[in-house]
Design a protein around this ligand. Sequence first.
Ligand SMILES: O=P(O)(O)OC[C@H]1O[C@H](OP(=O)(O)OP(=O)(O)O)[C@H](O)[C@@H]1O
Ligand SMILES: O=C(O)c1cc(=O)[nH]c(=O)[nH]1
Ligand SMILES: [Mg+2]
Length: 192
Amino acid sequence: MNTDEVLGIFREAGAVLEGHFILTSGLRSPIFLQKARVFMHADKTERLCKALAEKIRKGVPGRIDYVVGPAIGGLIPAYETSRHLGIPAIWVEREGGEFRLRRFEIAKGSRVIIVEDIVTTGLSIRETIECLRELGAEVVAAACIIDRSAGKTDVGVPLVALAEYEVPAYPPDRLPPELAAIPAVKPGSRNI
Ligand SMILES: O=P(O)(O)OC[C@H]1O[C@H](OP(=O)(O)OP(=O)(O)O)[C@H](O)[C@@H]1O
Ligand SMILES: O=C(O)c1cc(=O)[nH]c(=O)[nH]1
Ligand SMILES: [Mg+2]
């Protein structure tokens, strides 16, 4: 599946939003990919995650014990991708602002892959890696449906992206005037 097909699925679902958005990193953007509007459709989610699982199989060598999804956005794609890989899916969720593996136990030395929905700065994946390494897991790779940095982000492990789509994002003190003129909204769950 190529980038145009992935973006086609997002557009068809009405998931490419235009406005003024506060991203989880604090950056501001005129475009927000509201993945929930894609993941509400099982058929669309299946197509995307089956393709992502194929890309992971081809690109990530060795055994993988678990797929880990960072909540909330990573929950559905991690689960669906794990179904196509034939391995269990678990998740990290925020407690006091930090990602924690609250509901599961994994053996030290477990080989895991993180599956995210969207990557912008890679901050959420780096936080997830930190949490998993503290538990003694080996993070063999990370994967996402759309990489908004188009390959520029370094998360410290290999990143498999189903699509790369470069979208502008600005620090809050360097907004272009047309963006500054629109009231900002924050769709994600960080700090809630
Ligand atoms: O690469 P980054 O700069 O970290 O941005 C991408 C992250 O932002 C979104 O999560 P968010 O924290 O907004 O909450 P959500 O998972 O509930 O949507 C998305 O699900 C990724 O986890
Ligand atoms: O960077 C983010 O927070 C982000 C961007 C995006 O397009 N979609 C999303 O869910 N999060
Ligand atoms: Mg998220």
